[in-house]
Write a protein that binds this ligand. Structure first.
Ligand SMILES: Nc1ncnc2c1ncn2[C@@H]1O[C@H](COP(=O)(O)OP(=O)(O)OP(=O)(O)O)[C@@H](O)[C@H]1O
Ligand SMILES: [Mg+2]
Length: 233
């Protein structure tokens, strides 16, 4: 198992946000965390990354107990986080944004700027443009690509499809499929159910800080009750 989250409880100040959240991700899987606004998707990812430490419970990554570890150390162990607000460097060029993320590794993947350009020719066309001048979709591709430059074993994508035009969502979906083929494990958070079901192997549903369901995509597809209750489909 690559990521093992066991019974975490996370707070912001006095507000109890996550209640005994457990989830597992195996190497090579694409797992989606589904939930509506405010359900706790981002907080779960922040808890894994060490941005908001859980008060109790454990986060084990690749055999290392990373509970409460500072984010840069978690990143060094091989987790890449793409936050929902797409934090690119607006004043740096596209190429410089990618260079910032570059880190040689002995991991299974070996991403280079050239390979990213092959997959997203648009980023090569925009190489000398300031990041801040890119469209939302282009910025999303740039943020994910920059994170890949660090060759993470596990990439956390927080609502990557949010606010993207359908054609860019399709590009993103193809990209997630490619990551899986290349051996990068993905934990995705989403509200876009259709998109998630198409590109994931397994799903967790979080609601009000509680995990309400988990199963394979096939199981979820068949579960009309759960879909109606939590996913409004
Ligand atoms: N910094 C904060 N301080 C206090 N409460 C917060 C903070 N950030 C989030 N919350 C609360 O925690 C709960 C879970 O928020 P979270 O951002 O994890 O949800 P989410 O599933 O990512 O939602 P969204 O789809 O809107 O991004 C919400 O009730 C939210 O209001
Ligand atoms: Mg969120």
């Amino acid at each position: 198992m690559l990521l093992d989250v066991q019974g975490i409880n996370t707070y912001y100040g006095l507000s109890h946000i996550l209640f005994d959240v457990s989830l597992q991700v195996d190497r090579g899987e694409v797992v989606v965390l589904l939930g509506r606004n405010g359900a706790g998707k981002t907080t779960t990812m922040r808890s894994v990354m060490g941005l908001t430490s859980p008060k109790s419970g454990t986060v084990v990554f690749n055999g290392h107990d990373v509970t409460g570890m500072v984010p840069y150390k978690v990143a060094r162990l091989g987790i890449g986080f793409v936050p929902e607000d797409r934090r690119i460097f607006p004043d740096l060029t596209v190429r410089a944004n990618l260079e910032v993320g570059l880190r040689k590794s002995k991991r299974i993947t070996n991403w280079t700027i050239e390979r990213v350009y092959e997959i997203f020719p648009r980023l090569e066309e925009l190489a000398n443009r300031r990041g801040g001048n890119l469209s939302g979709g282009e910025q999303q591709m740039l943020t994910i690509s920059r994170t890949l430059m660090g060759n993470p074993d596990l990439i956390l994508l927080d609502e990557p499809s949010e606010g993207l035009a359908p054609i860019i969502v399709k590009v993103l979906g193809d990209f997630i499929d490619l990551l899986k083929r290349e051996g990068t494990t993905v934990l995705l958070s989403e509200q876009n159910v259709r998109f998630s079901l198409k590109h994931s192997d397994r799903a967790y549903i979080v609601d009000n800080g509680h995990i309400k369901y988990h199963g394979t995509i096939e199981e979820l597809e068949k579960n009309e009750d759960v879909k109606k209750r939590y996913l409004a489909v």
